[in-house]
Design a protein around this ligand. Structure first.
Ligand code: 5GP
Length: 141
């Protein structure tokens, strides 16, 4: 795969436009935040900028500055809602780093003392559970 070029034809632009459904926890002019369809821990959300960027390497620093404020706000709400002991924030840039969707996104993943997060998720979490968790987090933002 080529590196460094943003392709607007990706699944997250379709989620932003509403062409593909998602369980949203937050939206404003800068970003959308949705439940990850294959959570590594219950309450795993993604924060996705509306401005097109492939990943951390090419994002406009001004867009990133706005985005990270939202990441913090949503992380606080996820930690509180999910009663997590901590939050893992992850951003993968390029395939070797684990990136699979080439539109910038941050993962916010609840972590718990003495509990390992899922490493190999093979099936999507039930829609109903994602919807319930999304509603709880949304109410806390
Ligand atoms: P990456 O591997 O690029 O860091 O993260 C991509 C994430 O997007 C994965 O955790 C994956 O589960 C999630 N994902 C992929 N397709 C969809 C989708 O259609 N809807 C949602 N909500 N999440 C998705």
């Amino acid at each position: 795969m080529m590196t460094g070029r943003y392709d607007p034809n990706n699944i997250f632009t379709k989620i932003i436009s509403g062409d593909i459904p998602s369980h949203n926890v937050y939206e404003d002019e800068i970003c959308i935040s949705i439940m990850d369809i294959m959570p590594e821990s219950k309450g795993h959300v993604l924060v996705i900028p509306k401005a097109g960027a492939r990943n951390l390497i090419d994002v406009d620093p001004a867009d990133l500055a706005e985005l990270i404020k939202r990441v913090q706000k949503i992380a606080v709400a996820v930690k509180k809602t999910m009663h997590a002991d901590g939050i893992l924030l992850r951003q993968s840039s390029e395939e070797v780093a684990g990136q699979t969707v080439y539109h910038l996104h941050f993962h916010i993943i609840p972590c718990y003392a003495g509990k390992q997060n899922n490493k190999h998720v093979t099936n999507a979490t039930m829609n109903e559970e994602l919807a319930e968790t999304a509603a709880l987090i949304k109410a806390a933002i």
